[in-house]
Ligand binder design. Sequence first.
Ligand code: HEC
Length: 197
Amino acid sequence: MALVKKIIIITAGLTLLAACSTAQNTAPKNTSGAAFGKPIAEKDLQAWNIDIRTQDGQGLPAGQGNAVVGEKVYNAKCASCHGPDAKGGPVFGPMVGGIGSFKTNARVLTPGSMYPYAPILFDYVRRAMPMDKPQTLTNDEVYALSAYILNLNGLVGKTDEMNSKTLAAVKMPNRDGFMVDDRPDTNAVRCMTNCKP
Ligand code: HEC
């Protein structure tokens, strides 16, 4: 009887071992040495590569829109937080006005009064807005919304088309309001040989 029990236990143990090794064998064989993931093609990266050089708009995508279209998109997707005419809402203060206040004690910071370059507006909205559904807007919608906010700030006409060229060309009132950071370490130049200590 004792022997039968032992055999049963051994059999159960072997079955378990066999099950484990079967599970291990289903993992793909690694023949190329340690490696994780797989190479990604440049075109598959493109969706994430949304950097814009804001000074001259390099990297702005194709597309266009004006303030007339932008107003409709704004009312549908932005006004709930930013209020009518971007004058301020339950979640965020005004996005219009304040121009000229940047260097005063009573600054009113808005895209119109603060941003040195208009492509910043495109970049910000495309990246982060609407806050509860970021990166759901089409490029045309983002151009239209940029046109709308710039128009409310008196910086472009109601039907002026904003695209990669015209948006970058908008002269923002606060373009020269920021100081260049001239602390010594910001001038550091990369050195690989014979470097100064
Ligand atoms: C759910 C609320 C919400 C919605 C909807 C929303 N926003 Fe915002 N938005 C915010 C908040 C909050 C901030 C401030 C974020 C911060 O300072 O980090 C902000 C900031 C901004 C700014 C920066 C303002 C500045 O002074 O620099 C812009 C521009 C902007 N939103 C545009 C939009 C546009 C355009 C839409 C519609 C597509 C939109 N937002 C929809 C909540 C929202």
